[in-house]
Design a protein around this ligand. Structure first.
Ligand code: IMP
Length: 439
């Protein structure tokens, strides 16, 4: 019954898509369990670039079931657009399944996300403005529209009216906006419903079927631990739970269905949007790292903030997700950067130091990293496929991370291509064991 969860261990954009894609080759099903099209997963396969926002990246592996679970919020315009794009490029999308219980992002959610950010002014979160927060808020208020509602015009219209009623005041500036016209909105969303009808399913049940016959399910996390609404740097977070535990609620499985958790972390750190970032590099070296790593958002194109690897945050992520393995991505980006900083403590207000992740917002806002300096390396490592073949300094860097965090490194990304992975013996053994279980 191998259920493998892949989560981001930092602030997102760690390259989870590539790891999911790799593990999906050994799986029967890939299931997204939270977030929406605020996510952006880029995969480069055989020199071709693919960008996904909603559809699990496993769709590129033929014969696999790719489910969007109940915990995801779906913008049906984006979903149908992605489907059209994939079909136009000759990809078989018949393996897609969309939970009937997943919530739908409506036009008023996007308008409210935008308006909310504008009204926060300097305090804004820097959301992707995709309507994620307002859609999850409606879900919690029991005013959400679910995928199943798109299949019944009468019910849909009634639910839209109920959902918009308490928002009347905040939606007043958009009163003349054509997308908020009740009749038009209802018709548009019924049309989306018909376009995705063939994919709508009871995704939890499909997942149980795979697990019960000992097939592998990869639960694909979006965003990341430090953006978790409960465990991240609230309020500078997303509105869902990107931690591993949320795979249970967002997919409809029990904790015992999860046998392995992989945390994906860049060899350095990035963050998009506002909020604490203790290891941020606001200097020329940071600019160099941003360019070398191509640190611009897949979803919004925004320049990402960059910084040194933060082992205090990573150790916290390891514990909260009960990580079995780390996948360290973009190690190649650090080549030629000279000596590297590794953050092992925070310095907070009044010169206090923190070895563990502080829960207090005020502390986090003034925390800055304290570092150990470690040797860098100059070699091009993009062709390395076994961790033993990395330069000694790169191996030491990885060993430092694994020792400090207390989690073994299973694989390392050494370039953008899906084959540019260097494995460790442990990582390879884990994959081999799973392939044997499937066979
Ligand atoms: P929202 O998820 O659009 O509400 O945005 C809330 C915060 O999460 C903002 O700081 C976003 O930049 C961040 N965020 C959301 N999705 C992603 C992602 O996929 N990668 C990185 N940051 C994200």
């Amino acid at each position: 019954m191998p259920g493998i969860v892949i989560v981001g261990a930092q602030w997102g954009d760690e390259g989870k898509g590539k790891i999911v894609d790799l593990l999906a080759e050994h799986a029967e099903m890939v299931m997204r369990f939270q977030g929406g099209n605020n996510a952006g997963h880029t995969i480069i396969r055989d020199g071709t670039k693919w960008a996904f926002h909603l559809i699990p990246s496993g769709i590129l592996s033929p014969g696999i079931l790719c489910a969007i679970g109940n915990g995801v919020v779906i913008d049906p315009k984006v979903l149908t657009g992605e489907l059209d794009g994939l079909r136009a490029r000759g990809i078989d999308v018949s393996g897609l399944r969309v939970s009937a219980n997943a919530h739908v992002i409506m036009p008023y959610h996007m308008l409210l996300d935008h308006a909310g950010e504008v009204s926060l002014g300097k305090l804004q979160i820097g959301t992707t403005r995709r309507g994620i927060g307002p859609a999850y808020a409606d879900k919690a208020s029991r005013l959400g529209i679910r995928v199943q509602d798109l299949l019944d015009e009468k019910i849909l219209k009634k639910k839209i009216v109920a959902a918009m009623e308490p928002k009347r005041l905040s939606l007043r500036p958009f009163a003349k906006s054509p997308e908020l016209d009740l009749q038009r909105m209802t018709e548009d969303y019924v049309t989306y419903g018909h376009r995705i009808e063939q994919y709508i399913a009871d995704t939890a049940r499909l997942c149980w079927d795979v697990l019960d016959r000992d097939g592998t399910v990869v639960f694909e996390g979006a965003q990341a631990t430090l953006l978790d609404i409960d465990h991240g740097t609230y309020p500078f977070v997303t509105s869902s739970n990107p931690v591993a535990g949320a795979a249970c609620t967002g997919a409809g499985v029990g904790p015992k269905d999860i046998s392995e958790v992989w945390g994906v972390a860049k060899a350095y750190a990035t963050r998009v949007g506002a909020g604490p970032f203790p290891t941020e590099m606001d200097d020329e070296l940071g600019d160099q790292l941003r360019e070398a790593g191509g640190e611009y958002g897949t979803t919004t194109g925004r320049a990402r903030r960059v910084g040194w690897i933060d082992l205090v945050g990573l150790r916290y992520a390891a514990r909260i997700n009960a990580l079995d393995y780390l996948a360290i991505t973009k190690l190649d980006v650090l080549s030629g950067l000279g000596e590297l900083n590794v953050c092992t403590r925070y310095r907070g207000p009044g010169e206090a130091t923190f070895d563990t992740y502080p829960y207090h917002q005020t502390v986090m806002h003034s925390a800055s990293g304290e570092y150990e300096r470690v040797p860098g390396w100059d070699e091009d490592i993009s062709d390395v496929r076994d961790i033993a073949d990395l330069p000694q300094a790169a191996r030491d860097y990885l060993a430092f991370i694994a020792d400090f965090v207390g989690v073994p490194v299973g694989m390392v990304g050494v370039g953008p291509g899906s084959d540019q992975i260097a494995w460790t013996d442990e990582g390879r053994a884990s994959i081999a064991a799973r392939t044997a279980a499937v066979a």
